[in-house]
Write a protein that binds this ligand. Structure first.
Ligand code: GL5
Length: 764
């Protein structure tokens, strides 16, 4: 938008030029908008990574977080801008506060996609993310009456200029019953000292936010108006489920059209598409891109069998979950209604599979006429990867074993990673500066250099680490008080569990620990130091038990806070509307990183990596990437507990788990569960919800909280004791920081490129 910039005589600095007046005369909003335009111009001036072959990372989620400071860091402008503002008596931090966070994702899967784009840009890889421009995102979470309330997260409002640039591309998507027109919006993804990648988001022109009534409810039958309003609209009924299929096809058809047009423009004759495009299917939401690409290729005169081969050579699939219910499976009748043009293609692909393999498990369309999206992905792509070593092994040996037998060469592991730009340099600048002073700044490009920190371990370094943690805790305390009025004590141990609310992640185990600790305090068993248990989690609006867990946590928080003895030793805080911005405050302040999923269920986790990098110690099960963390830091620098994934898998296979027997035989379990229905809890909350949760635990406990309960209590106790030996604790933290280099998403992306995409980095 350089043409919108007005030069003024008295405004000498870049910022003032973009604002059109001296910095001192600007409102914060004017300054923010000026910086945004300045950054956009700087990114444009760098240009995007180019090359014959381009990656298209198609994903329903991109949880990109606020962009201003990250972009300034990546463009090398942060210090200069901060100083320029400070010289005029203004604060960059205040402007950062002003920015609203794009609500384009839900959890780790979406944040991973954002980290990957950052790393692609940084490594010079020609890459685009392709997704949807949700107007109101997932939802904004607030707490009312100790319950989660959902309202639209309208992040594109109030006078703030947008990072999204409207591109000149408009496409038509034909559904079975009507056509829609889409518009493309681009966001530049700046790399660290490199050119950019792009996030390309499609919106439907007919979207209408006025459709939303009463929280996040809307008439889901009004597809054209509602298509891009929300990420994951409520799918508890068929209307919602069909809307999701419309959404997914809209994303896939737009992506497929864009990819073919661009590749043709770069010189592809489409038969050689694999020399021009790599499509990474991020989970199953984008799976329909496979039949859609085949359809478009056939439409352009390529024979079906050849088109199928081309698409297979282009597409690769990442699996992000072991939970069967998360593997999408749509009734063929839904697809028939939404996109009848791809149904014969899916049927033909299914018939091909049946010809060569009789195994029912691997069929694309099952006997009930349900289309298994992951099955289609595996058959019709050249690579299927899991996201941590254990996850990939479970996929290969158990969950997807019949596929592995068919295509052993297609399976591979790509352990997840995080961008150290956002998750250390931006969110923990003091730690980043300490690392620079200690080992130089080479780690910013080559994270494995962090290991050199170990050569410098001495009392001074450990003391500095402790001091930085302390200041980060104070900063978090200030933030959370402003954010939601909660006062927390930076002297206390910060024991943090932040991630989506899901039973397999077992926030309920942590909740039961907190109840046990509370009952212990009441009985005179005081902890060594106050513990602040901090949760951050959103529950899917239709996920009743997850919302019951939030309710119980909030009720317990109130009960403990009201107890004059207990509140000196224990505090429970649940962050309202946990998002990337909150995570950036929270993670650098954490002492304990709770990674307590039921072994075998967490595909990887990426929060675990962020906490480690910021000098928090993991309390976790041997699940997902925790296993790799444990391998890297060594048993003395992580706290692990619980049944192994093999034991858990065997338990499921035996099908003989009986939570009631644990409840009856283990006094502490019984006391903690009974407390959910105590007088105090019932006074704080909704008996129906608390009762449902207690009943669920006693009678179902599908994610096996009770068998790990005693081991969790014991290990947490050991950990809290260890936290009292400051020097030894900090030495463990140092090991965690030093060993975090493996989890840089630069490493992950380099592996994807080496094994799957084969892109040539842009050398300029
Ligand atoms: C997830 C997994 O649950 C995480 O373990 C994993 O780290 C992440 C990225 O691979 O993908 N799958 C998923 O649907 N969400 C995840 O966070 O939301």
């Amino acid at each position: 938008m350089a043409d919108a910039v007005t030069q003024t005589r008295d405004a000498g600095t870049g910022i003032a030029r973009y604002a059109g007046k001296p910095i001192a005369n600007c409102t914060n909003l004017e300054l923010f908008n000026a910086l945004l335009r300045m950054v956009r111009d700087a990114a444009q001036a760098r240009g995007t990574n180019q090359g014959k072959k381009r990656l298209y990372y198609v994903s329903a989620e991109f949880l990109i977080g606020k962009l201003l400071s990250n972009n300034l860091i990546n463009l090398g402008l942060y210090e200069q801008v901060r100083a320029e503002l400070a010289a005029a008596g203004r604060s960059l931090a205040e402007l950062e506060e002003l920015e609203s966070e794009p609500s384009l994702g839900n959890g780790g899967l979406g944040r991973l996609a954002a980290c990957f784009l950052d790393s692609c840009a940084t490594l010079g890889l020609p890459a685009d993310g392709i997704g949807l421009a949700y107007h109101c995102g997932l939802f904004r979470q607030s707490f009312l009456g100790n319950k989660q309330c959902e309202t639209p997260d309208g992040w594109l409002t109030w006078g703030q200029e947008s990072w999204m640039r409207r591109a000149s591309l408009h496409q038509t998507v034909s559904f079975g019953d009507f056509d829609v027109t889409s518009t493309l919006y681009d966001i530049d993804v700046t790399g660290y000292g490199s050119k950019c990648a792009r996030l390309r988001l499609f919106d439907v022109d007919s979207a209408d936010e006025r459709l939303i009534k009463d929280g996040i409810a809307f008439d889901k039958r009004r597809v054209a108006q509602g298509l891009t309003l929300f990420l994951y609209p409520d799918d508890s009924d068929d209307e919602g489920r069909i809307l999701r299929v419309y959404q997914e096809y809209f994303m896939c058809s737009n992506a497929a059209q864009l990819i073919l047009a661009e590749c043709e423009e770069r010189g592809s004759n489409l038969r050689d598409l694999a020399d021009y495009a790599a499509v990474q299917i991020n989970d199953t939401h984008p799976s329909m891109i496979i039949p859609e690409l085949i359809r478009l290729l056939v439409q352009r005169g390529i024979a079906f069998d050849e088109a199928r081969g081309i698409v297979r050579d282009v597409c690769a699939y990442t699996n992000h979950t072991i939970l069967a219910e998360a593997l999408e499976c749509w009734p063929k009748s839904f697809l028939q209604r939404v996109a009848p043009q791809i149904v014969p293609i899916i049927e033909r692909l299914d018939a091909d599979v049946r010809k060569s393999c009789k195994e029912p498990f691997v069929q694309i369309v099952d006997e009930h006429d349900n289309v298994h999206m992951a099955n289609m992905d595996i058959h019709l792509s050249h690579s299927t990867n899991g996201v941590a070593a254990l996850h990939t092994k479970i996929l290969e040996d158990v969950e997807l074993a019949p596929f592995r037998r068919l295509y052993p060469e297609r399976f591979n592991n790509k352990t997840n990673g995080i961008t150290f730009r956002r998750w250390c340099i931006a969110c923990n600048p003091e730690l980043a500066a300490l690392v620079d002073r200690t080992i130089g700044d080479g780690w910013r490009h080559d994270a494995t250099q962090l290991e050199r920190l170990l050569e410098h371990e001495d009392d001074a370094l450990l003391g500095e680490l402790a001091a930085i943690k302390r200041r980060n805790k104070e900063r978090f305390a200030t933030w959370i008080e402003r954010h939601q009025g909660a006062k927390v004590d930076p002297e206390s141990v910060f024991d943090v569990q932040s991630k989506r609310l899901h039973e397999y992640k077992r926030q309920q185990l942590n909740l039961l620990w907190a109840i046990d600790a509370y009952l212990g305090i009441k009985a005179g068993k005081l902890p060594r130091r106050k513990v602040t248990v901090i949760f951050g989690a959103k529950a899917a609006p239709a996920y009743t038990i997850a919302k019951d867990v939030i309710h119980a946590i909030l009720c317990l928080s109130q009960v403990v806070a009201a107890d004059p003895v207990a509140n000196k030793w224990l505090q429970i805080v649940m962050i309202e509307n946990y998002n990337v911005t909150a995570a950036e405050r929270l993670i650098p302040a954490a002492d304990i990183s709770e990674q307590i999923s039921l072994a075998s269920k967490e595909a990887s986790g990426t929060g675990n990596m962020k906490f480690m990098l910021n000098g928090a110690l993991t309390l976790g099960t041997m699940d997902g990437a925790n296993v790799e963390i444990a391998g890297l830091v060594g048993a003395g620098n992580i706290f692990t507990f619980g049944e192994s994934s093999d034991e858990v898998i065997a338990r499921y296979q035996r099908g003989d788990y009986d939570p009631m027997s644990y409840y009856q035989d283990d006094e502490r379990i019984k006391a903690a569960v009974d407390f959910l229905l105590s007088h105090d809890m019932l006074a704080a909350g909704d008996g129906h919800s608390l009762d449902r949760l207690a009943h669920e635990l006693m009678c179902k406990d599908w994610f096996m909280t009770f068998p790990d309960f005693d081991a969790y209590l014991a290990e947490k106790d050991r950990m809290l004791e260890a936290a009292e030996d400051e020097a030894t604790w900090q030495s463990k933290c140092l090991v965690n920081i030093a060993k975090a280099g493996f989890f840089s998403s630069d490493r992950t992306i380099a592996e994807y490129n080496r094994d799957i995409w084969h892109l040539t980095p842009d050398a300029d």
